[in-house]
Design a binder for this molecule. Sequence first.
Ligand code: NOJ
Ligand code: CA
Length: 607
Amino acid sequence: MRLLLPLLLASPLALAKTVDVSSPDGKITLTLSDEGAPHYHVSYAGKAVINPSKLGFYFAHAAPLSDDLTISHSERHSADTTWQQPWGEQRLIRDHHNELAVTFSDPEAAEQSYTVRVKVFNDGLGFRYELTGKERPDYRITDELTEFALAGQDNEALWIPARGWNRYEYVYNRTNTAEAAHVHTPFTVKMKNGIHLSIHEAALVDYAGMTLNQRRPGTFKADLTPWSDGIAVKTKNGFTTPWRTIQIADKATGLLNSHLILNLNEPNKLGDVSWVKPGKYVGIWWGMHINENTWGSGDKHGATTENTRKYMDFASEYGFDGVLVEGWNQGWDGDWFYNGDLFSFTESYDDFDIEAIAKYGDKRGVKLIGHHETSGNVSNYRQQMDAAFALYQRHGVSQIKTGYVADGGNIKRLDEQGIARYEWHDGQFMVNEYLHNIKLAAEYQLSINTHEPIKATGLRRTYPNWITREGARGQEFNAWGTPPNPPAHTPMLAYTRMLAGPMDFTPGIFDMGFNGLGADTNRPQTTLAKQLALYVVLYSPIQMAADLPRNYLAKPAAFQFIQDVPTDWEKSQAIAGEMGEYVVFARKERQRDNYSGKDWYLGAITD
Ligand code: NOJ
Ligand code: CA
């Protein structure tokens, strides 16, 4: 007896700990445990959703934070508050959750530790790692070990591939999860037992974007998009990761009615944002995509003073707030895709008189909407950003569409030595670059609509001038895409991309025959009614009427709907739908300025 006692005390297994936290309605439970190694698992209504899944990190110059840690501390909180969005799909958002913070540390080296903070809501959960504090070293993360081990067999998923040349602009796949090898988030799954879930992240700041890599059947591992030198994340004095999120519901529409991503972001940091305005716009845009006009100078140049005035007349007559003008600035001639170094963001082409246009817009009550295409040459843009914003601000511009057209892995930056480095759109470098653009724009009271963006993770709550973004195949693919967007694309967007936040899809194409009516495979695979429904289904606080004015004037009844539909809502509710097949949204307009705030709008689309 006396001999056995010390042996028992030394056995770590005997001390294994488990702590759990449930949603306010008790349906979702996340359990953290140190048995064997730190891990978590999740259940919904008593059924396993995520099986035991690993936690931890590997570093380039520090010992790993993985297997040897045990639970040393835990703390709980709860909250039930309601906050208001300055603009949004819904004015009031309820934040009702239970919180658990658990510290895992090495029993032999207490400074080897991290805290996992979990918030569980009725619509899902988020957890993040916290390694903050003064004594924390500057880590170089080489791997985040977080896993999502899906419970059950034969689950069905909606997904696009990660780390591809076309960023997030892919046709969605609907397959057995077994076929989803390496995917972007939101990654949406319908389990065989009918439970729906979507894995994503919230508040992606100063960290690499997380993709999901299926390492073992059913087990998706965090795969952080690395820097050009292979390091995933470079930190100063420790770090806090974005929230790893899992939205969970018993039916598909439950995912659509979730506000989890917004609730996990920090409140507005910009103060009074009454200068951020939802609204509708037209633009010198589709003409370039269907080859009637060019971005570059010459006979077919779209961005001329005269043409812009015509668009402003049209906008003013039909109640649009702004006119987007692409191709106004020097640098588009030649192959602009490869010429990003040549873009000037302050010098216009000779036939575009920005001053005259701004004055004309003022008279007509229409804003010029700015455009900055970088072709992925972000250092060139960075050098001119202040001057470019100042120019637009001087001319009363309040919104800019930015663009980062470059292949995945081919964002060009110059390092401290002036050497070109090539980065991913979703690595830490670009995560920071996009946010820098937003923060600087706020200083000039400018709102930003990012194309070829980093995925949305709810930062619109913290920086409400990040008004919308692209980040999926948009309408443009219906002009030149091979294939164009298939009919199932937009209902699939509703259950994937749209869970992340607003999208500038640019609906409203009325002329489906511009390639010739016989061109079956290469023309928009859509209907007029569906184009209208997209204004209600695909939420964005700014919506474009993307087609040419003459095509709207040819169909006045349908065009009336675009004139009437609001872009800012009091309340939104997905009322019916099946993952990727169909979706029905009802939205009630928000009381603001000229909106009466009484009407409900209904939008329904199918595959
Ligand atoms: C891609 C954007 O998505 C599109 O809207 C824009 O017209 C082109 N880049 C040119 O900037
Ligand atoms: Ca694009």
